[in-house]
Ligand binder design. Sequence first.
Ligand SMILES: [Zn+2]
Ligand SMILES: [Zn+2]
Length: 652
Amino acid sequence: MEARANDMVTITLPDGSTKSLPKGTTVREVAQAIGPRLAKDAWAGKLDGKVVDLVTPIESDAALEIITVKSPDAVPIYRHSTAHLTAQAVKRLFPDVQIGIGPPIENGYYYDFLPARPFTPEDLSAIEAEMRKIIQEDLAITREEMPVTQAISIFEGQHDPLKVEIAKGLGDERCSCYRQGEFVDLCRGPHVASTGRLGVFKLTHTAGAYWKGDEKNPMLQRIYGASFLTQKELDDYLHRMEEAKARDHRKLGKELDLYSFHPWAPASPFFHPKGTVLYNSLFEYLRAEYAKRGYQEVVTPQIFDADLFKLSGHYQNYHDNMYWTVIDEREFGVKPMNCPGHFLLYNTRLWSYRDLPVRYADFGRLHRYELSGVTAGLTRVRTFSQDDAHIFTPFDKVEDEIFRFLDFVDAVYGAFGFDEVEISLGLRPEKRIGADELWDRGEKALASALEKAGRKHVVTPGDGAFYGPKIDFRVKDALGRPWQLGTIQIDFEHPESFDMTYIGEDGQQHRPAVMHRAILGSFERFLGILVEHTAGNFPFWISPVQAVVLPVSEKFNAAAESVASRLKEGGLRVEVDEKNEKLGARIRKAELQKTPAMLVVGEKEAAAGTVSVRLRHGGDAGTVSVEEFLTLAGKAIAERRKELMTVEVKNR
Ligand SMILES: [Zn+2]
Ligand SMILES: [Zn+2]
């Protein structure tokens, strides 16, 4: 009996119970020992946290979880198996195509191929059809352990030099392959038991990808597939993708004539007149809020001597992201952030505790070098401005500043229709400056402010800036995608390095706390997000064109012009469309431009001094006098309404 004990292993199950089984028992056998039902449902095992195949023998004591379709670990297995299915179908249709690798990714998987010519959309349909056929064949998917040399000869035999290269690079003596019918792939697994278990997928697109991500290697063709465990999830995902494509801010920016790019100013947007209206509305809105909330706007230089950036640390830590120039044999840098300039500004005078907090807001233009590969439309640009501000305050007022900021953030996100806001509190990272007492104090102030304000938040240890803890704000857009927008950060570094002081109540010199904060962040990026969030249906109060006046026919052009000038006088942004086209066509055009209000002027309206109102979502909204329309529009602007209200117009 003594000797036998050494041949046993103890397996700990998720419920804490243990099983003593002979060494070498496979994961599937453990599942069988637990129950036949589980054995049937088992996809794979999780052995000491590592996902393994059902045929994996257990050689030593371990914790084991059986993965079934209900486990989150089932999803990547399903996607990876669908990737193999794709490769098998490609091999059947295009025997000369070489196969690369095919991992699961978020929402699906990809597989890399080296074809003689790029895949066409028709190829993708054919591959999908072949995949469905292989599912019908319900081929068993089996694991085969073998010496690497054997795997190499298999892949040499099926003319897959890329696979041979991977096998040669393994550095192990043995490896595993997975076989389904005639198709073999070098793979660690695990996989579903047979191709018949697959089926919820859609090949979405192809893209070029260098072998092993190295541009010196040949360019492969990557086929992307979307794949989920249920058809509903796949349908929802594909629907969201369609929506996202329709809302793409690069596409809408062109259609609505908002902004464009030119290769001679890479990743630097041109805002057209309508885009500029939007851009300036953000400024004006924030300026008005700043005035109410105790901020002071400042204007600071664009280019500074390199010495400033040496003092601020940008020279040492941010050099490659900045633009540099030499003038009069002095080195200058274009500012990537407003902070260093604000620190100089703070130090231009003496401060008493009575003067603080002081809040400097700056819409200054910033330049940051971003690699061209990562720039995409407005979401990552090389020149932008921010709703940036720096707060200088005695430390005991930090908490109060957080309360004020929370209130400010709520108002701003609400005004743009972002109702879902997630807050996270980033604590000290490994690499940081400043004494631990300072960090204790700073983290406590932020946490207690969030606590007292009753704001739900997640704590993210290690996520703070290197100079201090921070609170980040993420909004969810209409498609449920999260966007990091606002932040407020305490800075322990720069009050020291810039030797900032104020005279306290005790008559002594103290260091102020510096806080960096932004609500929208970069206006460029925010506009990109807003375009996609609203699909171009901008809130009435910032719409580039709030109303378009449409004469029924040429006869009423003069009447339409006079309506438009009255509305412009009243402060609205108005256009007249008196092109020689049918009224219906002009209404359609205004709708495509997502104009909130269309005001039709015909014989009756011209005589009575009224307009027939159509709204972009509500259709016909009744007839009102020009003055009444002005009042309604003024109210919608003052209340920052998304739309003019149909009922209000109709009830007149
Ligand atoms: Zn694989
Ligand atoms: Zn800053």
